[in-house]
Design a protein around this ligand. Structure first.
Ligand code: XMP
Length: 507
């Protein structure tokens, strides 16, 4: 594997993505917790950073455990750090380089730069520049403004590059990463979904005791479903999936998803707890209170069901890599660990150990593993759906009647997207039931009925989003169908706000 030492750059995860795309396994570790060099580690990448090596409190770890022993590639700050540590001169650049630049001279025989042509576009993002290389350092590429765009340390396989090969704007960046990871470090390109499945199944079989039972909360989403399939392959029916109907799922979703799981041979128990959730939500209008009530009820219901499983020793979770990467904070490198779990105190109460088979995978790798395990497309490519479900898409208080109205309007919209081949072009879509009534005419009568807003967005990760420019004809058809088929709704509007400043959900 390749070890990536993170100095807090916004691009560190991208380095990992590029290496994984080469079918080579890699891990990100904060520079404050650099692991010991083991035989597994075939090379090290030092990431960029928002800091300057000239600042007294900037990251400056001792790298002697790696240097000269395995190939090391410093990227941007990583490159400046190596030069700085060994007596080179790093100064504020007279011409600050941000954005596109072109390599004007390249040592094309160099193993790191093999296949790159003069004129190759690279992406720069730095305010400092390496003015003078230490003794024993050799420049191997430059741009018209930056004499040292890449260097090597003679006699050891240590390299520095001033640009960012991990961003797609560096057109030969992928080639450079391949040169480093495959040619220089000698990594085998065998990190494939099939390989992951085989090795994870073997790991699960040795970790989980032969009599141990494992509990997993299923949501119908990609992550928990893929985790279930992996565990099922490893331990069969000793995996006990629990799928809770909170009464706030999409129309027919509870039955459909339960069916799909059973078709896959999974040992899954469905629990219809709609009544408990509606009771907990009665009269609540504040979004955060609603979320809390839904979360609390989920834990109660899940706990009750989990305790029915004899011999349970493990709680499995669908945690994925972006949730566990320890991120380096920019100001005074502190380390924070994100965690997102809604299992409450169950592990302590039942003395359960946690197993997270997907914790090394990025989202698209989870999908590839799911495909390799035969997960059907309608689960694999599902839009994200919030845990509190329709509970945060009914603005104001929640009643079974409102859930029914919204489920029917939502089904018309989502099925319409599928029928028109638009579903996969949209990152997430849904309908919001607004807490207002508007006037309409039906026949000779004036009506006062509910308004719904359609929401569809394009996005990469949900952090930012743009409203989807869906065809007018399609919107017209959906609007007509909703008003004609769902009694109680007489007006449909389309949300054309982007995030930021708006959000995807309305609550
Ligand atoms: P916003 O509305 O903040 O949503 O732009 C971003 C993404 O997060 C989802 N979301 C939630 N997911 N529990 C969840 O599990 C929640 O309380 C929640 N609120 C928003 C939302 O659907 C979108 O994908």
């Amino acid at each position: 594997q390749i070890l990536i030492l993170d100095f807090g750059s916004q691009y560190t995860q991208l380095i990992a993505r590029r290496i994984r795309e080469l079918n080579v396994y890699c891990e990100i570790h904060p520079f404050t917790h650099a692991p010991d060099l083991t035989e597994d580690i075939r090379g090290v990448v030092l990431s960029g950073s928002p800091c300057s090596v000239r600042d007294a409190d900037s990251p400056n770890p001792d790298l002697s455990a790696y240097l000269g022993r395995v190939p090391v590639l410093g990227v941007c700050y990583g490159a400046q750090l190596l030069a700085h540590q060994q007596g080179g001169e790093v100064l504020p650049a007279t011409i600050r380089e941000y954005g596109r630049a072109r390599l004007s001279h390249i040592n094309q025989h160099h193993p790191l730069l093999h296949g790159l042509e003069p004129g190759s576009q690279v992406w720069m993002s730095h305010g400092d520049t390496i003015n003078e290389l230490p003794a024993g350092f050799l420049a191997i590429a430059g741009t018209p403004d930056v004499a040292v765009a890449a260097y090597e340390i003679e006699g050891q396989q240590t390299f520095g590059i001033q640009f960012h090969p991990e961003v797609t704007h560096s057109t030969d960046g992928k080639r450079l990463m391949r040169n480093f990871v495959v040619d220089v470090c000698g990594c085998a390109q065998d990190w494939t979904p099939e390989h992951f499945v085989d090795s994870m199944v073997a790991t699960l079989q040795t970790t989980i005791g032969e009599q141990d039972q494992v509990i997993l909360g299923l949501s119908g989403g990609v992550d928990s479903s893929v985790a279930a399939l992996l565990l099922h392959r490893a331990i069969g029916s000793r995996l006990h999936g629990i799928f809770v109907n909170n009464g706030l799922l999409r129309k027919d979703e509870y039955e459909d998803v339960l069916h799909s799981y059973k078709d896959l041979g999974l040992n899954v128990r469905g629990v219809d707890a709609s009544a408990e959730f509606y009771a907990a939500l009665e009269g609540l209008t504040d979004p955060e209170q609603k979320r809390k009530a839904i979360g609390r009820t989920f834990i109660e219901v899940f706990d009750q069901e989990a305790q029915k499983v004899d011999g349970a020793r493990w709680l499995a979770q669908g945690t994925i890599y972006p949730d566990v990467i320890e991120s380096v904070s920019v100001n005074g490198p502190a380390v924070t660990i994100k965690s997102h779990h809604n299992v409450g105190g169950l592990p302590e109460k039942m003395n359960l150990k946690i197993v997270e088979p997907l914790r090394a995978l990025f989202k698209d790798e989870v999908r590839e593993v799911g495909a390799a395990l035969g997960l059907p497309g309608h689960i694999l490519h599902r839009h994200p759906f919030p845990g509190p479900g329709l509970g945060i898409r009914i603005l104001g208080d929640i009643t079974p009647h409102k859930v029914d109205l919204l489920q029917r309007a939502d089904a018309i919209f989502i099925n319409g997207l599928k029928e028109h081949g638009l579903y996969d072009e949209v990152w997430q879509a849904g309908v919001m039931l607004l807490p207002i009534q508007s006037v309409g005419v039906m026949g000779d009568e004036r009506t006062y009925e509910q308004v719904v807003a359609l929401r569809a967005v394009t996005s990469v990760d949900g952090m930012t989003a743009d409203w989807s420019h869906l065809p007018y004809e399609f919107l017209a058809e959906v609007s007509n169908k909703i008003i004609n088929q769902v009694r109680g709704i007489n007006r449909v509007v389309y949300d054309i706000s982007s995030k930021p400043p708006a959000t995807i959900e309305w609550e």
